[in-house]
Write a new protein. Structure first.
Length: 235
């Protein structure tokens, strides 16, 4: 893997919802197909901290620590090396237009800039994490409380499936762009409680509203690590 971007991706909060495959089909890049878990399809709203980024090992002098929110779903691509499990980002949120412009140029991602904040508190017993962002005058948030001890999911668990995706795909002029995401295995901390308020229609469209009305089928925290992202390539 030829690395373009390095950064710490930490304090990940993932809330996952079941979705109809017809909703997701229009976002599928060429040469990929929807990935299912036991015949069901999912999308995840994920918040995390993006810290100490560098491009080609050159540290970026600005935005050294900021939150990001993305809505993703799960696909796979059959390469000459076998099946690759990946994600497609429907929309990503960052606190700066400059961040979004860089992501669009490098990886073709659909970024928007909104005011954002986060609150992270850790004790011997609990981890509490809250991501906040504002859409116009509407406050949005997602928050989790989990125990301070991680639990390794079994291969048959949904949490394991959701974690084990190390490629991402986007569309550029009807072509599929692929990039690899490399990091150590992240520890999973299941939720004791979870809450969210999202202006779904404004951010993602009317067709997503019914799915976000339901409680997530899975919510958990992951600690994260130093992460490397490859140069994008067309497949």
């Amino acid at each position: 893997m030829h690395t373009l971007l390095r950064a710490n991706w930490t304090s990940l909060l993932a809330a996952t919802f079941e979705a109809d495959r017809n909703l997701l089909k229009r976002f599928i890049p060429p040469k990929t197909e929807l990935s299912d878990f036991n015949g069901r399809y999912f999308m995840s709203l994920v918040g995390f901290l993006f810290q100490k980024p560098s491009i080609l090992r050159i540290p970026l002098p600005f935005y050294r620590n900021f939150p990001e929110i993305n809505l993703r779903f799960y696909v796979r691509h059959k390469s000459r090396f076998g099946w690759r499990n990946g994600v497609v980002f429907i929309r990503e949120i960052a606190p700066s237009r400059l961040i979004g412009m860089a992501a669009r140029l490098m990886y073709g991602e659909n970024f928007i800039a909104l005011p954002m904040n986060y609150i992270l508190a850790k004790t011997k017993e609990d981890i509490q994490l809250k991501y906040e962002w504002k859409v116009g005058h509407v406050d949005n948030h997602m928050q989790i409380v989990c125990g301070a001890t991680h639990h390794e999911p079994m291969v048959s668990d949904l949490a394991y499936y959701l974690r084990e995706h190390y490629f991402a795909y986007s569309v550029d002029n009807n072509r599929c762009r692929e990039f690899q995401i490399e990091h150590e295995k992240w520890n999973v901390y299941p939720a004791k409680s979870f809450g969210m308020k999202v202006d779904t229609e404004t951010l993602y469209g009317k067709e997503f509203v019914e799915y976000f009305k339901e409680a997530p089928v899975s919510s958990f925290y992951m600690d994260g690590s130093r992460t490397k992202v490859s140069f994008p390539s067309f497949i």
